[in-house]
Ligand binder design. Sequence first.
Ligand code: MN
Length: 234
Amino acid sequence: MSYVFEPAKPAALDVKGTEDKFAVRRVYCVGRNYAAHAREMGSDPDREPPFFFCKQADADSVVAVAANGEVDLPYPSLTQNYHYEVELIVAIGKDGKNVSIEAANDLIYGYAVGLDMTRRDLQATMREQGRPWEIGKAFDYSAPVGEVTPITDSGEINSGNIKLTVNGETRQLSDINHLTWKVAEIISRLSELFELKAGDLIMTGTPEGVGPVVAGDTMVATIDGLSSITIHIK
Ligand code: MN
């Protein structure tokens, strides 16, 4: 059997301590998973729980950033309000369905720093109209993700600084312990909706302070214990 054209290669992330790559299968995202960010987006975190959406998982959507490395990201089309969202990325290493919260962390292969880049104007229009979010969230090069640090190296990450700077100024600064749904709860809930498989990434949500970047800006995203990423907007 052969294909009528060469299949696209999967997005593949570097893994700390090995030459092997982490091949990406799906990208799940959590919306409004920090109360202060939910408030800045105009919703009440006490009344509206977090929720899920997806980004594309192909190599033209998930941009692999080498260990403590940098990449150029093209300013996307059809937006005047291109936003950063720094997020803890959970990399799934085992399959799981209907996984309990207690067993959820067994599915974690490792963690990375990533950005859920967003065409905020298009997302807002779709939200107001009750339409799907893909054009605001799941566009080309919308998910730069750094090197994966195996959980055997980092241990479970339940706290620690998460930070994003733009041109050296701090724009987002919070702590992973402010997640509304904790990582184990996210994995457990997701695994009831979808069968999780090795290669899945979960973008766990962004803290407050989201805002726009323009061509010429440089962002640095860091999470304690993980490899940082540097992004130049072109
Ligand atoms: Mn996000």
